[in-house]
Ligand binder design. Structure first.
Ligand code: TYM
Length: 330
């Protein structure tokens, strides 16, 4: 049977956290044999917030290296940088005419980011979900592996696809979001009611993928738990402990029940130590592989050039169809 297409992307902003890894990238690796995968470094999304040019360029390459270091195989998947495929901007423009201003104003992320960057509420920030819809729809993607915080954006991509399909004839595959069962929303270590974020106000609440062992151990040691002294998965009443159990279970490749059993009768001190060790053990080889890849710039650039060509081939086929349907002079 013909494999379906799959699409996802990460912004090269700030430093990635284990939330990005557990909520998205780890799933990408699991899915790469079952789908035709397109994985992008979303640098066009990144500029909706002011970036330092040299840093953005460096982070773009660094994120591509990280994808490979995490286990994405660039032979199997199309790995590329969003801005290297002009069809994204082109389709975004067309889709803008199928999107209502009111819908964009209601987006949670737009409201959050507007509050955070009150001095720079630019049109791109508002248009962000439409560009994301263009990303997904260009590749006729059936599935989109993401964390829970992207659900609203995926919903709007589905609405736009259906709207366009209804206005003309079926053109876009209507995508479906897929989530990691337990880790679609990793919480901040210091405030479990918030998601762990790349731009966390207090960096001690987030484990960054580049953190060294000592930093990782120190941050887990300080993680917020509760006043009961037993390890049990109960997100309602024990959000801090449950978040740590989730992190442990995925990094140690165990089910939540197995993880609970590992800590039966143990105190929070031992528990936090074990979580830190499981995370540090898994991240160390990823970090050294990323560094090795970054030292081989010619290889990385080759991968991205090839990826952009393969991505453009698929994207342009969809764009051509769209332009024809809307009556552009071809
Ligand atoms: P970004 O760069 O903010 O995050 C990348 C991925 O990580 C997930 N994620 C989390 N998952 C679990 N727990 C957390 N604490 C956590 N924090 C982040 C996000 O849900 C996301 O899947 N707009 C997207 C990038 C993008 C995209 C796309 C994604 C651009 N075009 C097309 C899918 C399809 C973003 O900003 O992700």
């Amino acid at each position: 049977m013909e494999k379906s297409n799959l699409y996802s992307a990460v912004q090269p902003t700030n430093n990635l956290t284990i939330g990005n890894y557990l909520g998205a990238i780890k799933n990408w690796v699991n899915l790469q044999n079952d789908y035709n995968c397109y994985y992008a470094v979303a640098n066009m999304h990144a500029i909706t917030v002011r970036q330092t040019p040299a840093e953005l360029r460096q982070r773009t390459l660094s994120l591509a290296a990280l994808f490979i270091a995490c286990g994405i195989d660039p032979e199997k998947c199309v790995l590329y940088v969003q801005s290297q495929v002009p069809a994204h901007a082109q389709l975004c423009w067309v889709l803008n005419t199928f999107t209502y201003v009111g819908e964009m104003e209601r987006m949670t992320q737009f409201k959050d980011k507007s509050a955070k960057h009150a001095d720079n509420i630019n049109m791109g920030l508002m248009d962000y979900p439409v560009l994301m819809a263009a990303d997904i729809l260009l590749y006729q993607s059936a599935v989109v592996p993401i964390g829970k915080d992207q659900t609203q954006h995926l919903e709007i991509a589905r609405d736009i696809a259906q709207r366009f399909n209804n206005a003309y004839t079926p053109t876009f595959t209507v995508p479906k979001g897929v989530y990691m069962k337990s880790s679609a929303k990793i919480a901040d270590l210091l405030d479990p009611s918030k998601k762990m974020s790349k731009s966390a106000e207090n960096p001690n609440g987030a484990i960054f993928l580049h953190d060294d062992r000592d930093t990782i151990m120190r941050k887990f040691k300080r993680a917020v738990t509760d006043s009961e002294a037993f390890v049990k998965y109960d997100p309602e009443n024990k959000p801090g402990v449950s978040n740590l159990l989730t992190i442990y279970s995925v990094f140690a490749d165990k089910s939540i029940e197995e993880a609970e059993r590992d800590f039966a009768g143990k105190g929070y001190g031992d528990f936090k130590l074990a979580v830190g060790e499981a995370v540090a053990d898994k991240l160390a080889p990823i970090q050294s592989e990323q560094a090795r890849l970054l030292a081989d710039k010619a290889y990385l650039e080759g991968v991205l050039k090839n990826g952009a060509e393969r991505a453009a081939y698929t994207a342009n086929k969809t764009l051509q169809k769209v332009h024809k349907k809307i009556g552009f002079y071809l």
